[in-house]
Design a protein around this ligand. Structure first.
Ligand SMILES: CSC[C@H]1O[C@H](OP(=O)(O)O)[C@H](O)[C@@H]1O
Length: 369
């Protein structure tokens, strides 16, 4: 099976490349991804002709971010169906490619349900049904992103006084994680467009530096007033009174409102509580998992030590050979430290399980299988 391969596109300034697209080629369909491991220096594409290539792209974070993982998983099921592969096995591999972001399981489940309901009698029809489901999820996420931006800006204006908001964000939650303009970043972008973003503080987000590499790139493209900081510097910003609110995304939200998000989010929640700063999570309802009761039940992905012991991208050593490393991709913030959760259906503030489930029920279909 071909691994995903890079396809250079002539860089013409700020990227006009789509984050993800389905392409019909003479040899069959392709899933073409903006390779996020190459940003910000290169705007290159990872071209996936089969599911192993899609799985490799997910596991290498060439494509990443909970909502986009769900969309990618759905297209991956369609790719398997068009290729005549074992679609059930492909869906299982895709759903398990990364364990924490529930969207991946949800997106593959949607496309698989569409494929199954089309029936085995006409494989072409079943493949088209899976692709249609992926495209609908893609459209729905774009719409959800816009609605989250609106709800999030209203909440920010309610919680904060004055006109200029100083927002701290962690990891990357913009167009690179979404069918639209993202989750938490989309709220900051809406504040910027409304003239109410005084500063976007961007955590670099060790070890893979999604903040430095991706959020700074997106903020620059959008003309936002942003400043990069090391993760270690966040505490002194709070102490200096320079943070009005924290805006972050999520990879899985448990039924009681516990939030799994990029490692380093939980310390920010503790800092925010100590300094009486709102800690706001922005995520579509597809990130809420009613089957996960609480934070301890969330499986946290553990990643390779060399992401910590080497410069990003497998560069030269940062630590002596043989150094072991603790490298969880995420941590879990308990609901009592979360000021609000903003979804496309509205915000829950304060965070309660009942309030969260009400938002989930407003938009969620039950996915069989
Ligand atoms: C709102 S989805 C973005 C979410 O996903 C990131 O994780 P990763 O870069 O490993 O995919 C991070 O947790 C972001 O908050």
């Amino acid at each position: 099976m071909a691994d995903h391969y890079a396809r250079q596109r002539a860089g013409d300034g700020p990227s006009g490349l789509p984050v993800l697209r389905w392409e019909e080629s003479a040899d069959g369909p392709l899933l073409v991804l903006l390779d996020q491991t190459r940003l910000p220096g290169e705007e290159a594409e990872a071209v996936c002709a089969d599911v192993p290539a899609v799985v490799a792209a997910i596991q290498s974070l060439a494509v990443r971010g909970a909502p986009l993982l769900g969309i990618t998983g759905a297209y991956g099921v369609a790719l398997a169906a068009y290729r005549g592969d074992d679609v059930e096995a492909a869906a299982s591999r895709l759903a398990q490619a990364r364990p924490t972001a529930v969207n991946l399981r949800y997106g593959t489940g949607l496309a698989l349900a569409a494929y199954r309901s089309a029936g085995a009698g006409d494989p072409g029809h079943a493949a088209r049904a899976a692709l249609a489901a992926a495209r609908e999820l893609h459209r729905e996420d774009a719409a959800a992103s816009a609605r989250m931006a609106d709800h999030g800006l209203v909440l920010l204006d309610e919680l904060l006084s004055g006109g200029g908001h100083r927002i701290l964000t962690h990891c990357n939650t913009g167009t690179l994680v979404s069918g639209g303009e993202g989750t938490a970043f989309a709220v900051a972008l809406a504040a910027h467009r409304a003239g109410r973003l005084r500063r976007l503080w961007v955590d670099e987000t060790r070890p893979l530096l999604q903040g430095a590499r991706l959020t700074a790139w997106e903020a620059a493209r959008s003309g936002m007033p942003y400043t990069l900081l090391t993760d270690n510097a966040a505490g002194s910003l709070f102490a200096a009174g320079e943070v009005d609110a924290v805006l972050i995304g999520a990879d899985r939200i448990a039924a009681n409102g516990a939030v799994a998000n990029k490692v380093g989010s939980y310390p920010l929640a503790v800092l925010a509580r100590y300094h009486h700063v709102p800690f706001i999570v922005v995520a579509p309802t597809t990130t809420i998992d009613p089957t996960t009761p609480d934070g301890p039940a969330i499986e946290v992905e553990q990643r390779a030590a060399d992401e910590v012991t080497r410069f990003p991208g497998g560069g030269r050593p940062l630590a002596p050979e043989g150094t072991t490393a603790y490298n969880p991709a995420f941590d879990v913030t308990p609901p009592e430290l979360v000021t609000a959760i903003v979804t496309e259906e509205g915000a829950v503030c304060p965070v309660t399980g009942d309030g969260l489930m009400e938002l989930w029920r407003r938009s969620h279909r039950v996915v069989e299988g």
